[in-house]
Design a protein around this ligand. Sequence first.
Ligand code: ADP
Ligand code: MG
Length: 779
Amino acid sequence: MGHKKILKRINKLAPIMAKMTDSELQAQVAIIRGMLANNEDENQILATAFALVREADKRIIGLFPNDEQVLGAITIYYGDIAELKTGEGKTLVATMPLFLRALRTNGVFLVTTNEYLAHRDYLKNHKLFEWLGLTVSDGVADNDEEFLHSEVKKKVYEADIIYTSNSALGFDFLIDGLAANEKGQFLCELNYAILDEVDSILLDQAQTPLLISGAPTIQSNYFIICNSFVLTLEEDIDYEYDEEKRSVWLTERGIENAKDYFSVPEIMNIEHFELFQHIVLALKANFVLKKDRDYIVDGNEIKLLDYKNGRIMKGMNLQAGLQQAVEAFENLPITAETQTISSVTYQNLFRSFKKLSGMTGTANTNKSEFIETYNMTVKKIKTHKKDIRKDYKPERYVTFDAKMEASLKKVLELHKVGRPVLLITGSVDISELYSMHLLNLGIPHNVLNAKNSAKEAMIIKEAGRKGSLTVATAMAGRGTDIVVDSEAVELGGLAVVIGELMSSLRIELQAKGRSGRQGLPGDTYTYESLEDDVIKANVQENIQKYYDRHKNKTDKIRSFKINREFSNAQSKSEDNSYSARFNNLQYDEVQRLQKGFIDEIRSTILKINEVSKLERIFISIAKDTINENFQTKQQISRAELKRYIFDRVDYNFKENMFENQPEMFTSKQAIEFLMKLLGENLQNRKSELDDEEAFIEYIKIAMLKAIDDCWSGQVDSLNQLRMVVAQRASAQRDPVLEYENEARQSYELYRDICQRNILKNVALSLFEIHKGELIVTFP
Ligand code: ADP
Ligand code: MG
């Protein structure tokens, strides 16, 4: 049945529901449950449930969802994306699909882009759901404590409906996945989620993986020396930099210089991989990452900025050593390097949901990507009241300064008559530049960047007051509705001034959509220049000649051809982000496959409950790794053998055990000797424990520990690999293919290390039984 027809049915039920008493209404819930249990007509169930929630919304929240909101709700219910403009009331829309989904399954989520919004919307809606007999939880409450007790978390995820933020859910997902056993796990099934501001979560934040880091690994001293090396390099001679692709790489000459500088014969091979990686990191820190655009320096700390909205990304560090490379570049103390032990991207996290849906003001521009990647259709829903906002044609200038002057003139003109003005830029540094100019002119204003999301939301909310002037990055306070006061409405409503060419049409529309909400008046003005970042990064060559000839001109650009380069630059920038996201998905897929493999091995080991079988598996792994170490060697001295024994086979080895053995071993003799020692060691351990079950547990723990450690190592290198590979992409190679190859090689490397560690862990760990519990100390 079409959505409009269902809406009709819902509207028909409205007067009936309105006549019911509260308790009659509440009794409807059981009726709907019954209809679900009897597999009654889907449309009838939907109509009844939505009509019920609508009436309950009116009684409990005080708002009655209008027809457009109901249409949005139906779209969302079916797992698609409803494009509903800012201010149309998406918070309320979600109540309908959440309710019915929660009657059908557990694990129903409303996910928003930050903790402030999750908490706010939980507060707005929880009473409604409770009134309808459902439990609701606030997934971001008490989130300050980093690792909450799993019992508390369990409660959160047991609720019928969970309000949370993408990062809170993401970290819980990672923590849950690292739990040592079932007791430590708390996450529910991921059955259904509505992603609020879905484009922000799945598109803008797709590139930043969530990482959980383990104990600091040994401090590398390469960072500072590599930074010094990179400082000696000359652009286009030793290295090349492609601003468009945000990548930098060494030329042949640069590689030669590196070999000299570090006195190594070769830097591109596996032996010097670490050094090479550090050079790549230093290059990136020096030339690609920019202070105040990608990060800020706060005291002695580097804090990562979200490029799109200039917000500090909490709990996120720059990836894999880049943090330290930037610290070296900024002459800050180098923080201890940690190892990533688990990571997930938002794309991957949300693809684990059985059913996913979304709502946002801006999705239609990326319709095909949502279908391709998430199988979600974008449905554009009409605004409840007619949209009367006026968008003025962009004014384009040659230089940044000319644009700045023209845009400030417009801002002052609007400000003078008392219009509230929201001045939007693409990056933090530009917003600060604007702010500086306004300060010089003595004009009071608010600046939004790198603040916390609650404060940001408050400032944005107030940005619609008469006379207010707010300077913000494109996405600042996203998800917050700007309330325009009546005086300001009289004056023409909120004016949005966009001060920069935005990196995508979607973000541009998002900015414009701040104005003219709920049928109120409003207008938008756009100012761009040939010196804007998006132009520089995407179409520099095309405009260079024109630019050189006209850079002293301060009037608007009239050339049709040059005007076209602006939209050209924007679509190029969109394409770049799209392919970056697409590549990322494929990287994710490689990691997912390898993880699947590891999980299988893990569960196989966990399932074995026969000593003999477990021993056999262990011995065969041990034999593999011993073979690998010795089979190519001609002669092995006692000393060499002894070192190996103490490292991997038996702490209790005594010199006299060499009795009757040759001075020099052949490989075959060595392998036999080691296997014999190992067999004895294993039997000693078994009799020392004197408990078959404990012995089984011991071997399992020791083997799993080796597997988990190596998987963590592999996750870390996969993350580094993404970066290194992206670096090389510019050399006309296919980054995904390179990634796949190297990921496989690295996986094989870790498999070897893993086998070695299994041997070591089983053969050398110390153990005791304390109060009936086996305690193992690994070597
Ligand atoms: P969005 O998320 O779509 O930008 P919000 O959920 O923040 O919008 O709601 C914007 C404003 O509209 C809120 O002040 C809300 O109370 C109001 N609102 C939402 N739905 C209705 C409705 N059906 N009738 C009246 N006001 C509504
Ligand atoms: Mg909203």
